[in-house]
Ligand binder design. Structure first.
Ligand SMILES: *Cc1c(COP(=O)(O)O)cnc(C)c1O
Length: 303
């Protein structure tokens, strides 16, 4: 099955040392875990989360994938691309029926170009997405509904137990390499798996990009469903959402541009990765990391 996802993935992903005075000046080594380089069309944590789901879908004899996301969802885009490569139909349920009356943004246009059937639903209907009869009730009597009924269902952001298991490999690749492994969080599925995969004495740090304070509970629940209980050592720092999902401000934008220039990096993904690196730089300045320690930022995707 994986052979269809051409080119082959770059795994384990590269670990890159960065010389940044804001860390080095405090005796901290900064590494980037370049998951953004895993695959051009199914990048970053989306590869780690989706592949076990794709395998289950194919082995279960499904011919379609049904999944859910917001207007800028990297998960929808990766699912559409993977579905196309594997010859699986894809249906993407998008939060916000007002979007149906507007031109597609570049992210959704990419989904459509990969053959994903997009269905825009109101926020109240979107909240019912876990109902077993969601497809019939909300999607109407279209061909997409018939496809969706037979489809392998992947939850919003792709975070189910298969995905959390997939992300343990990220932690395993970092065993013995770092003291802290930091990741930006949407649903928290990546952090749940990362923390479980790390070795003794290593800690995971999550930086939520949404406001709300609900994430720690979600992560505990994901670990309970996946492993039967808590795994690994992790904590969240909830100060760096910049107003919420896909929100930014000039300070964050300037930080990201400067970081790219200083280290000759490709454009940083803005929704997650820029906030993570901003958070780590602030924490280093606050003295949150012991001198002599190594901190690894997981670059969960490309821009
Ligand atoms: C989806 C995504 C995340 C969030 O992952 P979760 O497992 O939902 O926390 C982080 N970074 C990037 C680049 C993403 O695309």
């Amino acid at each position: 099955m994986l052979a269809a996802l051409d080119p082959p993935p770059l795994l384990p992903s590269p670990l890159q040392e960065i010389h940044d005075e804001r860390f080095a000046g405090r005796g901290i080594r900064l590494l980037l875990k370049r998951d953004d380089l895993i695959h051009p069309r199914v990048p970053g944590n989306k590869w780690r989360k989706l592949v076990p789901n794709l395998r289950a879908a194919v082995e279960g004899g499904h011919t379609a994938l049904l999944t859910f996301g917001g207007a800028y969802s990297n998960h929808l885009r990766a699912t559409a691309a993977a579905g196309r490569m594997l010859g699986l139909a894809t249906v993407g349920v998008v939060r916000g029926d007002e979007l149906a009356r507007r031109p597609l943004n570049p992210s959704l246009a990419r989904c459509a170009a990969d053959g994903m059937a997009l269905r825009f639903v109101s926020r109240s209907d979107y909240r019912r997405r876990r109902d077993p009869d969601f497809a019939e009730r909300v999607l109407g009597g279209s061909a997409a509904t018939r496809t969706a009924r037979e489809a392998f269902r992947i939850p919003e952001g792709g975070s189910n137990s298969l995905a959390v298991h997939g992300c343990t490999a990220l932690g395993e690749e970092l065993r013995g390499r770092t003291d802290v492994a930091a990741v930006a969080c949407g649903t928290g599925g990546t952090l749940a798996g990362l923390a479980a995969g790390l070795g003794p004495g290593q800690r995971a740090l999550g930086v939520p990009v949404l406001r709300g304070g609900f994430l720690a509970g979600d992560i505990r629940e994901l670990q309970r469903r996946t492993f039967g209980g808590p795994r690994g050592t992790w904590r969240l720092d909830e100060r760096f959402h910049f107003g919420g999902y896909a929100r930014s401000d000039p300070q964050l934008e300037e930080f990201a541009r400067d970081f790219e220039r200083r280290h000759s990096l490709p454009p940083l993904e803005r929704i997650y990765v820029a906030k993570l690196l901003f958070a780590l730089t602030t924490l280093a300045d606050e003295g949150a990391f012991a001198p002599g320690s190594t901190v690894t930022a997981v670059v969960t995707g490309p821009r």
